[in-house]
Design a protein around this ligand. Structure first.
Ligand code: 9YT
Length: 126
């Protein structure tokens, strides 16, 4: 991770920092990130073009599933899988949350969320 911090593979937006350890160009078929969500952050997300699995390894927070209105606690050892392009809100908790995230299809580089909370689809060939 020290190899990534401060390089073009570290991307930040309001309420998140993403360290992209594996990208599309790394050829794995998914991208693999460490994401830090600061305490108290609130992110409205909707990965319309991607599936995402998220595993919490430190800190705490919550996720609101907008389809059901259910809120789920997130802490060390929690996994959530967004297998339906689910609209959701991610809330930072009382401590910064450290998440390991995998995206399918892979993120290509320095994507940030659009106004709907999505990353644009990858339209490059290959
Ligand atoms: C958990 C989440 O979706 N956070 C926003 C950043 C994203 N995971 C990323 O690009 O790593």
């Amino acid at each position: 991770m020290q190899d990534i911090i401060g390089t073009e593979r570290e991307v930040t937006g309001p309420g998140w920092t993403s360290r992209r350890m594996l990208l599309k160009k790394d050829g794995m078929g998914f991208s693999f990130h460490e994401t830090i969500i600061p305490a108290g952050a609130e992110l409205n997300l909707w990965y319309k073009h991607h599936l995402e699995a998220v595993y919490c390894v430190a800190g705490n927070g919550k996720i609101l599933d907008k389809a059901t209105g259910e809120t789920h606690e997130i802490t060390d050892g929690t996994l959530y899988a967004l297998d339906k392009h689910d609209q959701h809100t991610l809330y930072g908790g009382t401590e910064d949350m450290r998440l390991i995230c995998a995206f399918n299809p892979p993120v290509t580089g320095r994507e940030v969320h659009d106004e709907d909370g999505a990353y644009l689809p990858d339209t490059s060939e290959d």
